[in-house]
Design a protein around this ligand. Structure first.
Ligand SMILES: [Fe+2]
Length: 378
């Protein structure tokens, strides 16, 4: 984000007159060229008491052999697959640029997580949670995007939440350029919620952090509470953007392409949000999406809320994958009934990836195998 935040006691400016008894940590992306924050710790960030390979390792995105072009639909994850953040990780789709997974968390993880492979973008589908980090805490509700930049140390407190997770492995997320619509279009950066900061927390005698590097976890133990900051400042921090604070771009005349619904972009893929909006008014106007084959992208849609306008039998938390090269578009019933509605009421997250996406074995077990037949005449 471009908005500079400052919490608690910080240096006069970076590297000058640090708060008494603190150690300055510089956390930045893109080497020293990208967004950066400065954190003022009461204990040195290198003051660990142990570093070892973690006894817990994530499941890898093991690619299913069953690869061919067809529209694909996947059910939500089973109730049996749950646990804390680490235990509930289910990788569904991946390539060298991004990973898409779901977490059905039923309990908190006291051990922190630091992703050194990727920036994590979560979308809360259901339940509630608190994201704790050295920057402070964020209250998470359904419809919230939670962006955790690469390198931030965090953990989840929850008794139940269902999260979609999109790891950006190459570059960090940005707000899309809004050009002639002006910088406040889509959402104003002031709408984002930054962490509630509490200075110098010291309620836990020890902190454990699992650090992910190339998919593997290493565990670092610190003999102090890592939420020990006197303050932080900068442009790099975890934050929340609620779908309620996104203003979709719509036209009463023309059916606009899905790209106007972009919310976060990277050079490798984009994340779009479909939100309730009025439909086009002119008589004869096409109101459902046009048929297309996305020839430069593979497209994933996660269905969050509402009646999805152009598809039949789509349930909450279902995910579709439409690979490039095969057409998709409105189901026959939706096309026939397109004039029956004046508005859409759907909320969905779309991910368009330039590089083809691989499907994991976990996802294949959730697949509705006949989905591709749903366009055929019954
Ligand atoms: Fe599409």
């Amino acid at each position: 984000m471009k908005i500079y935040k400052r919490e608690g006691q910080v240096a006069e400016r970076p590297h000058l007159n640090l708060p008494h008894g603190t150690y300055e940590e510089e956390l930045g992306l893109d080497g020293f060229f990208g967004p950066v924050s400065h954190l003022y710790h009461r204990n040195a960030p290198t003051g660990w008491s142990n570093i070892e390979k973690s006894s817990f390792q994530f499941p890898q995105c093991v690619v299913s052999e069953e690869e061919f072009l067809k529209p694909q639909c996947y059910k939500s994850i089973s109730d049996k697959v749950n646990g804390d953040f680490f235990e509930s990780w289910n990788p569904l789709f991946c390539n060298e640029d991004l990973g898409v997974s779901v977490h059905k968390m039923t309990k908190s993880n006291p051990i922190y997580f630091r992703n050194s492979d990727a920036s994590d973008l979560f979308f809360c589908h259901s339940g509630s949670a608190i994201l704790e980090s050295s920057f402070g805490s964020l209250d998470v509700k359904p419809g919230d995007y939670i962006l955790v930049p690469k390198g931030v140390t965090y953990r989840w407190k929850t008794s139940g939440t269902y999260l979609l997770r999109i790891e950006s492995l190459k570059t960090y997320y940005k707000k899309p350029e809004t050009g002639i619509l002006g910088q406040q279009a889509l959402y104003h950066e002031e709408a984002i919620r930054s962490p509630k900061f509490a200075p110098g927390l010291n309620t836990e005698k020890e902190s454990k952090v699992r650090v992910q590097k190339e998919g593997k976890l290493t565990e670092i133990t610190y003999p102090f509470d890592i939420r020990d900051l006197s303050g932080w400042c900068g442009t790099l921090y975890p934050f929340i953007l609620s779908v309620k604070d996104i203003a979709p771009i719509a036209s009463p005349i023309a059916h606009l392409p899905p790209s106007v619904n972009s919310t976060f972009v990277t050079p490798q893929f984009i994340v779009c949000t479909f939100l309730p909006r009025p439909l086009e008014e002119p008589e004869g106007a096409l109101k459902v999406p046009f048929y297309h084959s996305n020839i430069d992208y593979d497209e994933i849609i996660f269905y969050h809320e509402g009646d999805f306008f152009s598809r039949d039998n789509m349930e909450k938390a279902y995910i579709t994958l439409h690979p490039r090269g095969v057409n998709h578009g409105p189901h026959p019933k939706a096309l026939a009934n397109q004039n029956a509605k004046k508005r859409t009421d759907e909320i969905a997250v779309m991910i368009d990836s330039i590089k083809p996406l691989k499907v994991s074995k976990i996802a294949r077990d959730l697949e509705i195998k006949d989905y591709w037949k749903s366009w055929m005449k019954k």
